[in-house]
Design a protein around this ligand. Structure first.
Ligand SMILES: Cc1ncc(COP(=O)(O)O)c(C=O)c1O
Length: 353
């Protein structure tokens, strides 16, 4: 057997998933044991008394257009956290399989793997070379892993992985491992999406989210783009109605052209503020390093990270302290805020040595 299905847990390859009730709204619905009445305060379009569309077809088609993929390559999940979890569950046999991660990076890859009972191999990014990825080291370590998790732009270091590197890793790991590229922050980056590479690599999986650039973190909507056989398998592992209808309706409102345009402007503004924030931080005496970032955050090394975090906290601002993580000594991640929020952070840090 070859192709990405050959990498899945053997017991899931011919698994027969639960069949959700048909989403048809035109018919009288006596097939799903729902309540026939609606609460008077329920102003949702679909009615909260009804189960949501199990495949979220309308939103899936619209997102496929936006991301430049086919609808059968998309799976909507409860945030990308859910996508990471379902990938680990579907592809890793507990106490046998392993995944590969490249720290410092988003922590959920290793957590999802461990929750599934899978092993975790680390190939750290090169802190001495702006946290770049050593692809040969990665390929040597990936000899026998089921999933390679890459993050581009990487959280928390902010750098992107070049498309040629991703293509090479996918090529070399064809029929050996899934290559998952988490692009949660892609909209803030100048680089093209790995979605462009998808048609050429059946082991490539891309994760996108509506939580960041689209300002919908509360709706919990992630988008996984993969070969249709992978999408079909993962859909069967998710619960039958994974996405609440108010979340689907919120996302559909966002996909209206004016709302999308507004989100694109907000991203461009955030990128401009990121540049100004990074420049201003670079000039502070308490700061020893600011890394260039393609995300909606900057990674900063302080002479005294505890003092920086605590001083901001006293002024009502929360920062993310990474200073105790290997490779990130003294480092703090600052999300790009509104202009006045960034100014407050800078004013606070200016008073420190
Ligand atoms: C790289 C990365 N991937 C995924 C996520 C999770 O995103 P979601 O809100 O879609 O679950 C985050 C959240 O911060 C992230 O930084």
């Amino acid at each position: 057997m070859s192709g990405p299905l050959s990498l899945a847990r053997p017991d899931l390859r011919d698994f027969v998933p639960y069949e959700a009730a048909a989403p048809d709204r035109q018919m009288i619905r006596l097939h799903a044991n729902e309540s026939a009445w609606r609460h008077p305060w329920d102003d949702s379009e679909a009615g909260l008394n009804r189960y949501p569309d199990p495949r979220a077809e309308r939103l899936t088609r619209r997102l496929a257009e936006i991301y430049g993929a086919r609808a059968n390559e998309l799976l909507l999940t409860r945030g990308s956290d859910d996508a990471i979890d379902v990938l680990a569950r579907a592809f890793c046999v507990a106490m046998q399989d392993r995944v590969l991660v490249c720290p410092p990076s988003f922590g959920m890859y290793a957590i999802a793997a461990r929750l599934q009972g899978a092993g975790v191999i680390e190939v750290p990014l090169d802190a001495g070379r702006d946290f770049s990825l050593d692809e040969e080291k990665l390929l040597a370590a990936a000899a026998d892993v089921k999933i390679v998790f890459l993050c581009s732009p990487n959280n928390p270091t902010g750098n992107v992985i070049p498309a040629e590197t991703i293509a090479k890793i996918c090529d070399r790991l064809t029929d050996r491992a899934l290559v998952v590229v988490d692009e949660a922050y892609a909209e803030f980056a100048g680089a093209p999406s790995a979605i462009d590479l998808r048609p050429y690599h059946d082991n490539l999986v891309i994760l996108r989210t509506l939580s960041k650039a689209y300002a919908l973190a509360g709706a919990r909507l992630g988008v996984l783009v993969a070969d249709p056989v992978v999408v079909r398998l993962l859909r069967g592992v998710l619960p039958p109605y994974p996405l609440p209808s108010p979340c689907l309706e919120a996302a559909e409102r966002l996909m209206a052209p004016e709302a999308l345009e507004q989100a694109r402007h907000a991203v461009a503004d955030s990128v401009a503020r990121r540049r100004r924030l990074a420049d201003a931080l670079t000039g502070l005496s308490c700061v020893t390093r600011v890394w260039p970032s393609e995300g909606n955050f900057v990674l900063v090394r302080f002479r005294d990270a505890d003092l920086a975090v605590e001083s901001c906290r006293k002024r009502g601002v929360l920062l993310r302290d990474f200073s105790r993580k290997p490779g990130l000594e003294g480092c703090v991640r600052i999300t790009v805020g509104e202009e006045d929020e960034n100014r407050l952070v800078l004013e606070t840090l200016e008073t420190l040595q």
